[in-house]
Write a protein that binds this ligand. Structure first.
Ligand SMILES: Nc1ncnc2c1ncn2[C@@H]1O[C@H](COP(=O)(O)OP(=O)(O)OP(=O)(O)O)[C@@H](O)[C@H]1O
Length: 300
């Protein structure tokens, strides 16, 4: 286009002619902000922060855009396959109990992965709490034991063995809820006792002797793992190492019930109802600071 033609245009239209535009200033080297890429799962769940991970997957916070609420998503990264993902989700979904994580949905093959959508539990797992804040006081361990026994009883009444009770799979929520998570190793109970798997999967530090020796998992092996978990919660140490004087002091009032839960013979191990009675009876366990001077005198 010639300048004569540009001049022929009305002034308000002259900018439309490329040659007539003033020269552009050179581009400034201003870095652009990173583009926010929202990772979506099944075009419904927006992925948020990474909350934790384990041998079988990564757990993320997320947002359910359809129901307008926060959720947690477990991205299954292991090579266990779809059947195992469904088995894990179905196991947890079978149980309705405030002490068991609520499964909301399963998404298969999104981003090439399988996902379990759960309620988002605010707080930290027991393992992290003990690592960061130190062992729990005996009254809190007693309360933890009662809640976990109630939750495990619900799992067992649903015909399942959890198979991996340990501090990393117990969530201490900010509102005081105690919740069992991770049903990745849950198994169907055959009869009212043990199942034979042949492979002792699970964390070696909490496996019952019969699971290690014979691959036998049952309600009793979950109780053994609970005993180990309570010991770790009360002392910050493993029951398989020599008990330090500090650990012995901390475990004092809970010693009998933990020992009964960790009986090496599943036939002689304490049952969940009996352990519940023993823990509920041990009301004398209370942190000293909670006692008024009068109550402390009366307790002598
Ligand atoms: N619903 C949830 N809400 C919040 N955090 C969670 C939830 N589920 C799991 N987590 C966190 O993510 C971590 C890993 O989860 P999970 O134990 O299910 O993974 P995993 O791969 O099966 O682990 P493992 O190696 O024990 O089998 C947990 O320790 C916990 O801190």
């Amino acid at each position: 286009m010639s300048h004569s033609l540009t001049n022929a245009l009305p002034p308000q239209a002259r900018h439309l002619v490329p040659e007539a535009r003033p020269p552009r200033p050179p581009a400034l080297p201003i870095p652009l902000p990173p583009r926010r890429t929202t990772r979506m799962v099944a075009r419904r769940y927006e992925l948020g922060a990474r909350l934790g991970s384990g041998g079988m997957g990564v757990v993320w916070s997320g947002y359910d855009l359809l129901l307008d609420r926060v959720v947690a998503l477990k991205e299954l990264t292991g090579d266990r396959g779809r059947a195992a993902a469904l088995q894990e989700a179905r196991a947890a979904a079978r149980i309705t109990h405030h002490g068991v994580v609520r499964v909301i949905d399963v998404v298969l093959a999104s981003h090439g992965r399988d996902w379990i959508v759960m309620e988002l539990l605010p707080g930290r797992c027991l393992g992290t709490v003990v690592r960061e804040d130190g062992p729990l006081d005996p009254a809190r361990v007693r309360d933890l034991g009662i809640r976990l026994l109630e939750a495990l009883s619900a799992v067992h009444s649903s015909g399942l063995v959890h198979g991996d009770v340990k501090p990393a799979n117990v969530h201490l929520c900010d509102d005081g809820r105690v919740v069992i998570t991770d049903f990745g190793l849950a198994q169907e109970l055959s009869g009212d006792c043990a199942v034979i798997t042949g492979i002792a999967e699970g964390s070696p530090s909490v496996l019952a002797p019969e699971s290690i020796a014979e691959g036998r998992f049952g309600t009793a092996s979950d109780l053994y793992a609970l005993g180990v978990t309570l010991y770790m919660a009360a002392t910050g140490e493993s029951p398989f190492e020599e008990t330090t004087p500090a650990a012995a002091r901390r475990i004092g009032p809970l010693h009998a019930v933990i020992e009964a839960l960790m009986h090496p013979d599943p036939q002689h191990r304490v049952s969940a109802p009996a352990a519940l009675v023993a823990l509920r009876r041990s009301r004398t366990i209370a942190p000293a600071r909670r006692l008024s001077p009068e109550a402390a005198l009366a307790a002598r």
